[in-house]
Design a protein. Sequence first.
Length: 331
Amino acid sequence: MTMLNKPVGIIGTGSYVPEKVLTNADLETMVDTSDAWIQERTGIKERRIAPEGVNASDMATEAAKKALEAAKLTAEDIDCIIVATLTGDMAIPSTACLVQANLGATKAAAFDLSAACSGYVYSLITASSYINAGLFKNVLVIGVEVLSRVVNWEDRNTCVLFGDGAGAAVVSTVEAGYGMLGMDMGADGSGGMHLCIPSGGTALPPTTERREEGLTFIHMNGQEVYKFAVKTMGKTVLKALEMANMKVDELDFFIPHQANTRIIKSAADRLHLTEDKVFINLPKYGNTSAASIAIALDEAVRAGQLQKGDNLAVAGFGAGLTWASLVMKWC
Ligand code: UT7
């Protein structure tokens, strides 16, 4: 089985993180935690926090502008915008529609995609399928989160983990032999309650009482999500490699979802990847959910760590529970 009939890949990336840094030392003054615990259990040193008034659509727009510039395209060249997020500005309109208006991408269809931390990879796969089918030429994919607004700042189990930011990529047709070669995506809804925001949808609309009970914040069974992540990460990459007809030792670079360095190391060990092949920026940003791989990819590209012809794997996992991975030959 091959992934696509046409060569489709990423032709430009961009990212945006807010300036405000919240360090582990800052968190020590807010909840009963320590820099040592956070670093030892997660690898996180600091995270970025969006100021009041800066929303998901604003950060997504900034990241998108940089991706368009890198792709040497204008907003008018974009046929579709997909925004992966669990912290969009509003229930409706979609954040993608707000970004479409901000950019002036008047020819673009626009919609949000809900797959939590796997959302960016789900969206890249969706975008490449549209292009492969001949429906669109250029698709803008954005992963963005303002998790600081759905985190309970009194819950040390979760508040130390998350951060805000955005990353974007332009997906288009590329030179033959390059681009996306293999993918894997899946879900296990039976584990959905291990990572959820109970109130905010239509099942439990947010009321003052529910807010006070903390039901509008992220609730996580950390150990269950950890076990799921360790079990899933290596497996999903191996499946995508199989579709790409590629062996693990042919991989040059791996960008995993940035949630926990212990999870990343266990996936890297399972894939027998040496440290120099694995990109980690988690210490600077914490877990930015749908934005994490998008920001990491842009940083790796801008730092010159990815060269044309490199075999790259990206892999995400998260709420749903969901997972997704992609193997591509970088162009
Ligand atoms: O994007 C996907 C989303 N989520 C994830 O990927 C998260 C996956 N899970 C994890 O990364 C880890 O489970 C955590 C980092 C969340 C927690 O690490 P852990 O090694 O699984 O710790 P634990 O939950 O077993 O807690 C160990 C202890 C507990 O104390 P007791 O009961 O042993 O006395 C916790 O109360 O650590 C305590 N603890 C903390 N201590 C200091 C929990 N959070 C903190 C904290 N500071 N922030």
